[in-house]
Design a protein around this ligand. Sequence first.
Ligand SMILES: NC(=O)C1=CN([C@@H]2O[C@H](COP(=O)(O)OP(=O)(O)OC[C@H]3O[C@@H](n4cnc5c(N)ncnc54)[C@H](O)[C@@H]3O)[C@@H](O)[C@H]2O)C=CC1
Ligand SMILES: CC(=O)C(=O)O
Length: 418
Amino acid sequence: MEGNLPNQTSCSPLHSTALLRRLSVPLSSDIIKPLTLSLSRTSTETHKHISISNIHRKSKTAITVTMHKSSSGSSLGPGGLDLTQSFFKPISSAAPPSPTKRHTKISVVGAGNVGMAIAQTILTQDLADELVLIDVNPDKLRGEMLDLQHAAAFLPRTKILASVDYAVTVGSDLCIVTAGARQTLGESRLNLLQRNVALFRKIIPPLVKFSPDTILLIVSNPVDVLTHVAWKLSGFPSNRVLGSGTNLDSSRFRFLIADHLDVNAQDVQAYIVGEHGDSSVALWSSISVGGVPVLSFLEKQEIAYEKETLEEIHKAVVDSAYEVISLKGYTSWAIGYSVANLARSILRDQRKIHPVSVLAKGFYGVEGGEVFLSLPAQLGRGGVLGVTNIHLTDEEEQRLRDSARTILDVQSQLNLGI
Ligand SMILES: NC(=O)C1=CN([C@@H]2O[C@H](COP(=O)(O)OP(=O)(O)OC[C@H]3O[C@@H](n4cnc5c(N)ncnc54)[C@H](O)[C@@H]3O)[C@@H](O)[C@H]2O)C=CC1
Ligand SMILES: CC(=O)C(=O)O
């Protein structure tokens, strides 16, 4: 794998790769049996069929701005006349648009590093017909909006709006909240709490007012407690409020395992659950690669592994955010992809299972109060459709309960008054 990722393996994030290697010298070739006959790579030809209707659809590319009539503030018609009506000849016997056709609208609150990484991933993955950005900083907001609009010729058609006024979010299918303070060097996520709760009091009520049927997806940290705060402030049923939770941590975990085994991370099923933070829990007992359960496979093959090594790999996942923050100041790209992945499952009703922060009381022995933490949950158009009943060992279940206790202790210090 090193050959494929020279830069990454020379950096400290992958000290965990060395750990994995210690864990499993023969693992890669045992789980994925090498082919006895390797075929040389054939040239891949891509045939693109562009239909007339596609060209026609693309030619309609246009982006609307709310802050001005257009981003340039100008109009092509004489005396400011709107030429759009005369530019195209109407076709005969045209019917009005089908009322059943869905128009998908996503609002992203907070146009910072994380909000913009999410916005640009949503655009490139063609997940919305309309994308709204909200922030308190109007100059930054307009700059980000224009910068995205200027890529219109290279992107699927999406109407991009931006405003400091929440009225622009009206009728959103999904509201993603990324606004707020972020960690400074070495600071824990839980430290941000008081500052971000105060912001949520200003953010959640107007989102709910303008989009009473929306699904709220919380990203700001500490994400589990803030998802609870958003749930309380919104008055929504719990299926319509979730946090991005450990979808990101699980991706980091899958990356580390895949990197070592030289497989595609998408073939690695591995969950981190619990708090998105220091008390998260790695579910080693259910890890599988291409359908092969890893730990029971090792045991059956009598391949020795050390428990401390597993702990150290989990620690590398927990330390990932601290490390990226110490190197570049913030994390953005992975959370951008992680949240777009959740948006796709929700809005396209994919019914995929993701470890996300959900109201966990009553699941896996989590008791002691209303607490949001990550569990593998099925997501679809209704939001959180259910929690998956995967097998946890007694130790994993105890760790999950401890993680819940950590979050509840912090929560109990909050005087939400909701
Ligand atoms: N859950 C997760 O996995 C992750 C969560 N985060 C969290 O996301 C949050 C944002 O991080 P960054 O984007 O790096 O921070 P940032 O500082 O780049 O952006 C925050 C944005 O929020 C805006 N903002 C502040 N108050 C606001 C309000 N009342 N209404 C609307 N916008 C407001 C700011 O103007 C700024 O543009 C942090 O809490 C961070 O810890 C970051 C990465 C991963
Ligand atoms: C900052 C943060 O929560 C993360 O990257 O995991």
